[in-house]
Design a protein around this ligand. Structure first.
Ligand SMILES: [Zn+2]
Length: 240
């Protein structure tokens, strides 16, 4: 694990490339706004049909550079066998204490891949546990102020959308860094059934989400608490 960096935002996901595909545009945008961003991958993605542990490690580092991440760690938990247990919660909680993000981005809890669901639950619990004084962790108690859940492909309960129009092409570049997964037409089409090209899928989805709020491309997020508005007259997005 690289030396910890104090972060504004930490995205946590199960496999290298999950973050790029789901919230890469938002992370790129936040970095462009001067925020210190980071990513924690729980596994090395070694169970993926294509590529191997080594190629994916190098690809994740390159994708992180494209996204302007200041830190990227990997817990090397077993791919497709990420367990919901106290040991794993504490491993993530230690990263949260070490990097002190104000905002944590987790996978939405409605998922096809069990690792994504487990990551969502582990991540929430880790945010809670990191703030307990008496727990067996290094460093001072710390709890992120905000958790937002990034939409994968199944849920539709969006709380808000982030305009990534200016950053969409760079998001594609970050995903393209995973050459073993998305290096050619054939390999890319093996991942998403029924033979969908990942870049077509990302563009269609981001455009459809953008259309909901009157921008070219967007990414969708869900939060569990309500949004407090100071001035209702200034709420963005036109009604009619
Ligand atoms: Zn994944």
């Amino acid at each position: 694990m690289p030396e910890p960096v104090t972060l504004d935002v930490l995205a946590i996901a199960a496999h290298p490339d999950d973050i790029e595909i789901t919230c890469g545009g938002t992370l790129i945008k936040l970095a462009a706004m001067g925020r210190v961003t980071g990513a924690l991958d729980l596994t090395r993605g070694e169970m993926g049909t294509l590529g191997d542990e080594r190629s994916r490690k190098a690809e994740a580092a390159q994708a992180g550079e494209v996204m302007g991440l200041s830190w990227r760690g990997n817990l090397a938990l077993p791919d497709s066998a990420v367990a919901y247990n106290q040991e794993n919660k504490l491993k993530i909680a230690q990263v949260i204490r070490d990097t002190k993000p104000e905002l944590v981005i987790l996978p939405h809890w409605e998922q096809r891949h069990p690792d994504h669901l487990t990551c969502s639950r582990l991540g929430y619990d880790a945010c809670f546990l990191a703030g307990l004084k008496k727990i067996n962790l290094q460093g001072e108690p710390y709890r992120p102020r905000k958790i937002m859940y990034v939409s994968y492909f199944r849920n539709t309960d969006y709380s808000f959308l982030v305009d990534i129009s200016k950053y969409f092409e760079k998001k594609c570049d970050a995903v393209r860094a995973y050459r073993s997964q998305f290096g050619g037409e054939v390999t890319a089409k093996q991942i998403f059934q029924p033979g969908l090209d990942i870049f077509d899928l990302m563009r269609t989805r981001a455009a459809a989400l953008g259309q909901l709020v009157g921008v070219q491309y967007a990414e969708a997020f869900t939060i569990k608490e309500h949004i407090l508005i100071d001035d209702p007259q200034k709420i963005p997005v036109q009604s009619i």
